[in-house]
Design a protein around this ligand. Structure first.
Ligand code: HEM
Length: 311
């Protein structure tokens, strides 16, 4: 069942996705190429309403400073007043620009930096005691659309989620988010499932991936069915007072997941006890029973250790 699972985004374990503020991994260059392809095909995956320019510069500064500090062998940032030089070695980029002057960059500031950052990004404006999805770049999403949600507030874009509204989850979560302070980011994990390791499961491309759900059989669950975990973080932006919401997606097949016995056992229990409303909303209905049956061999009723890391 859903919960308000929010905690401080502080470093946890060397080598884990929680080690640095923005995780960069071995898929970096290929995911950035994938983003560029999706944007070529569908430019509306990146949008920024006119009042979001300052939040775009805040986003650029946050990502550049974090990456240069965390991965100095790959990224460098040097500043001479407003004249900044950004080097991204894996992508072969070496650009000099004037901070705050969009005409000195090839794209708007949010688009420029998020074409160089794994994961989707929503940039929220904060006003009238609510958050508004007024900018973003969304090319690796679990079946929602920036073009549909642009300009909506926190309750409006969450409207399709079952059960959570009645439990008061979104009211409590919004209260928390409105009070996130600069320099004190927060995080939560979200999950769903995807057939084949496909990042772009957007409504725009439903005709390409929706039918994959019907290809699952008891024999191919291990290779076909993937757990999709999203590491979501929340960052107060200093000049605009906006909130940056990066959503970083990680995919793992049932075969690989169950190589960690604790994970196979836990997922068997979670899927086996998932309310029908969540099965339907997450789009699992046609293959969840085969998946639960496949995972049952990892669950002998044993106790599992607390936390998500392998034993
Ligand atoms: C401001 C940051 C956030 C943004 C931009 C955001 C955006 C979204 C979007 C676009 C969806 C998909 C809705 C659809 O079906 O169309 C979603 C789902 C959801 N969101 Fe958020 N969200 C945010 C923060 C949170 C927080 C803090 C919580 C804490 C409880 C939360 C809980 C959920 C849940 C439970 C779902 C359903 C996911 C699933 O079952 O797969 N969201 N969110």
């Amino acid at each position: 069942m859903y919960a308000v699972n929010l905690e401080p985004h502080t470093p946890v374990k060397k080598g884990s996705v929680f080690e640095f503020p923005f995780d960069v991994d071995e898929h970096y260059v290929s995911e950035m190429k994938d983003r560029a392809l999706v944007l070529d095909e569908d430019p509306l995956r990146c949008q920024s309403l006119p009042h979001m320019e300052a939040a775009g510069w805040d986003t650029l500064e946050l990502i550049m400073e974090s990456k240069a500090a965390a991965y100095p062998e790959h990224f460098s940032l040097s500043k001479d007043g407003d004249k900044w030089r950004w080097i991204n070695r894996p992508m072969g980029i070496d650009d000099t620009f004037i901070f705050g002057n969009t005409s000195t960059l090839p794209y708007g500031p949010m688009e420029y930096i998020t074409r160089q950052a794994q994961g989707d990004f929503a940039v929220l404006d904060q006003r009238d005691g609510n958050l508004w999805m007024d900018a973003g770049i969304v090319t690796t999403q679990a079946d929602w659309s920036l073009d549909f949600d642009i300009g909506m507030n926190f309750f409006e874009w969450h409207a399709p989620v079952p059960l959570a509204h009645e439990l008061g989850i979104f009211k409590r979560a919004l209260k928390f988010l409105l009070n996130v302070q600069h320099g004190k980011p927060a995080r939560r994990l979200n999950w769903t499932m995807t057939i084949n390791p496909r990042l772009d499961t957007s409504p725009e491309n439903y005709h390409k991936w929706g039918k994959d759900r019907l290809t699952v059989t008891p024999e191919n669950v291990g290779e076909k069915v993937y757990l999709r975990v999203e590491l979501q973080t929340f960052w107060r932006l200093p000049r605009s007072n906006g909130l940056l919401f990066p959503i970083r997606c990680y995919l793992i097949s049932m075969e690989e997941l169950s190589s960690i016995p604790k994970w196979g056992c836990r997922l068997h229990r979670v899927l086996g006890s998932l309310p029908q409303e969540l099965r339907d909303y997450k789009g699992l209905t046609s293959y969840i029973d085969d998946t639960v049956a496949w995972l049952s061999k990892f669950d002998q009723g044993q106790e599992t250790s607390p936390g998500t890391f392998p034993d």
